[in-house]
Design a binder for this molecule. Sequence first.
Ligand code: ADP
Ligand code: MG
Length: 326
Amino acid sequence: MLSEFDLIQRYFNWPTENVVLGIGDDAAIIAPMKGVELAISADSLVVGRHFFDNADPYKLGFKSLAVNLSDMAAMGAIPKWVTLSLTLPQLIIDQHESWLSEFSKGFRELAQTYRIELIGGDTVSGPLNISIQIIGEVEKGYCLRRDGAQLGDDIWVSGYLGDAALALKHELRNFKLNDNEAFYCKSALHMPIARVELGQRLVGLANSAIDISDGLMADLGHILARSEKAATIELSTIPVSEVMKRYLSTSIAIECILTGGDDYELCFTAPKMNRDAVILLGRELQLPLTIIGEITQQKSQTPNLVVINNNKKVILEKNGYDHFVT
Ligand code: ADP
Ligand code: MG
């Protein structure tokens, strides 16, 4: 079956002339006038795919915006404006006081935190779908991109990985967490914190960046593909929460850490000489920033991304979430 990536490549990646950075990164960059650059990105949340139909509307409003903010973070952009296109089932329109007031509250509170303005959108009826376009500012020539990784770069990730995926497994009853663990992991799944400030502060320090929305392996894989590089990462160095630590002996935990989606942490690469500066930045932002591996030379016949555990290569069945291949 056609993968998401192949589908876009085959049918929608046409040549462009007036763009700084086109399809293939977390956002496109355009320069509408001299000295100004804008980052533009769109993300949709579809009922039954990205959330259950009984999802808490307040959290859904928050998360819809957070996942778009995360793409701005990955570009090092300052998010400024959003449009909101809603497809709403009749039931929600009928119960607008309860559902829409909560949804708009979650969305608005997060927008206010970042001083983002809602400038338009569309509202139609049909199966629930939330589509957002976000526009941010970047300093000319200074955004973060997926294609800048350099040989010898440290590979870093922010925060902890895998908690959102573990929460989803718990909600699908494929894994049993106790109440406290479930509470903690569900917060990562339903109210992710986009690393907007980190992204902006990494401009000038990092050579490449991406946000982890489809799983570490898949998203680091995008950096490698776009940068034409390879990487080795050490499983034991990947930062995980206290909850995840309790389950590290299970294959489900390893799968969540390496391939689970919905983390919305940043994965970035930076030259070794910037190591101290990145460590200081992490302290200043009170956000764990951890080195998990190194960028290496791409060689034909060998996989781009090698995960090592106890001096052995980890073999995984799939790299991450692809919307068209399951
Ligand atoms: P992200 O996970 O950061 O949201 P995606 O994997 O969804 O990024 O998309 C990868 C790239 O493909 C992005 O540059 C995105 O803008 C582009 N893209 C996705 N769908 C389409 C489409 N239907 N037409 C044109 N470009 C698309
Ligand atoms: Mg992204």
